[in-house]
Design a protein around this ligand. Structure first.
Ligand code: KG4
Ligand code: ZN
Length: 436
């Protein structure tokens, strides 16, 4: 079964072609018993980071424009990467009435909301050619995320669904981050046609999702079912990645500053470990560490950093200009370290509490922030201490990507396909606040 995955929820335009084997109607509840294998036929992500950097964050209207520009060429690229071929439709065999009807259907789906995408699609090979291998279904992120950005993917998927006459599966982005951590490899299959096993786990499990838009703890009863997920706790204000990025911005580190903060913290951590007598003079608060619930809050921590920086600046104004720079560099590294320590301690404590209070045979972690090595190591130590496996996204897909979306859709497909065969219409909408 081949699934085309489409992801446009934020500032990454991503397309993947995933082939799966072993998924059956009861996979959702029996993922541990039924081995599933897969191979990545093609996968490409275009990151808009450079475009948004000058605004200090993701600008929804710009994100939409970029998705509309990139998505058709990206799909064509992934089709080529997969070894599939586009063959011209033979004019004499083309039913002209039918193709005119198709074009008008596609136009009616895209004209109002996606004029640029419509133009790109109508001018592309996707209309004048067909693919020599059949794609069985399309999985597209329909939320949560930035609505104008989500709509591009959703409308594109609907248009392709009509063009190829295949089902479209609306897919939750957060479910994508959960199942993405069960991939054992993201390597694109070469000529050797290598299949990879989908990692299997016993359920229920606890999942921690940490990204630029979300910080959530979820009790996962199984994958792909209707009642699989129960949100145990979430951030009450900023998401953890957002807090990383905002703290970075206060220190003049360009968006998205999370990776740079992590780099500075790693260097400072190494420095302190080489000098055992020295400790970080900066200590930041651990918000909601001891609260009885499983919620998070990071905006107060961000404000603590702001006050600390203001205090440091006013103190340094009394010092000579030359010294100011050197003092600031060291202080910035120490703040990065203190910030990373504070958020990690809260994440680990809340995850531990979720594991203590909910039956769990595994810890699944997903989302862009898990690229952070200190958070990764600390959560791994937590799982080891409890003697349960931890599932982390393989390299290259901790951030947003269409591979995880294709997989989430494929795991849902037996039920969804049946439902869609009945309705015959993949009518669904983008939902910015879609919950698991
Ligand atoms: O999952 P993701 O790619 O997009 C969203 O759905 O938000 O996550 C992006 C977030 C950004 O806030 C980025 O700064 C953060 O993940 N991030 C990191 C690291 N790498 C990416 N935060 C801390 N340490 C990192 N190494
Ligand atoms: Zn994400």
């Amino acid at each position: 079964m081949i699934t085309l995955g489409i992801e446009t929820s934020c500032d990454e335009t991503s397309i993947a072609l995933l082939e799966t084997s072993g998924i059956s109607a009861d996979t959702g509840t029996n993922i541990f018993e039924n081995p599933i294998s897969y191979r990545v036929l093609g996968h490409t992500t275009f990151s808009q980071i450079d475009i948004h950097a000058e605004y200090g964050g993701v600008f929804p209207v710009l994100a939409k424009r970029e998705h509309s520009r990139r998505i058709v060429p990206l799909l064509l690229h992934v089709i080529k990467e997969s070894g599939m071929e586009m063959v011209p439709l033979e004019p004499e065999k083309t039913d002209t009435d039918n193709s005119a009807e198709l074009t008008s259907l596609i136009t009616s789906i895209l004209a109002e909301k996606e004029p640029e995408l419509l133009k790109n699609l109508l001018e592309s090979k996707l209309i004048s050619h067909k693919i020599n291998v059949s794609i069985d279904q399309i999985a597209v992120t329909n939320g949560p995320g930035l609505e104008p950005a989500l709509w591009v993917g959703v409308n594109f998927a609907r248009a392709l669904g009509v063009l190829w006459n295949i089902p479209v599966i609306p897919t939750n982005h957060m479910e994508g981050h959960i199942v993405g951590s069960l991939l054992s490899s993201t390597e694109i299959s070469s000529a050797s046609n290598e299949w990879h096993p989908l990692l299997s786990t016993r359920f229920p499990a606890v999942a921690l999702l940490v990204s630029g838009g979300h910080t959530e703890l979820i009790h996962v009863k199984n994958i792909g079912g209707n009642d699989s997920y129960n949100v145990l706790g979430r951030t009450r204000d900023d998401a953890i990645g957002e807090a990383f990025d905002k703290v970075a911005r206060m220190m003049n580190i360009p968006y998205p500053g999370g990776p740079k903060i992590s780099e500075l913290a790693t260097a400072a951590r190494e420095n302190f470990s080489k000098n055992p007598g020295q400790t970080n003079p900066i200590i930041l608060p651990r918000p909601m560490l001891h609260s009885p619930d499983l919620d998070f809050s990071f905006s107060g921590l961000k404000t603590s950093v702001l006050y600390l920086l203001q205090k440091m600046k006013s103190e340094q104004e009394k010092v000579g200009a030359n010294e100011t720079n050197t003092i600031l560099q060291k202080d910035i590294s120490n703040i990065a370290l203190a910030f990373e320590d504070a958020v990690t301690e809260v994440l680990v404590a809340k995850t531990k509490k979720a594991l203590d209070t909910h039956e769990s045979h595994a810890l699944i972690v997903g989302g862009g922030v898990i690229a952070n090595q200190h958070i990764r190591t600390s959560l791994t130590a937590l799982a080891q201490a409890r003697d349960i496996p931890i599932f982390l996204p393989p390299k290259g897909i901790s951030g947003d990507n269409a591979l995880m979306i294709a997989l989430a859709g494929a795991l849902h497909s037996p039920q969804v396909q049946d439902a869609q065969k009945k309705t015959g219409d993949p009518a669904f909408s983008a939902q910015g606040n879609l919950s698991l």
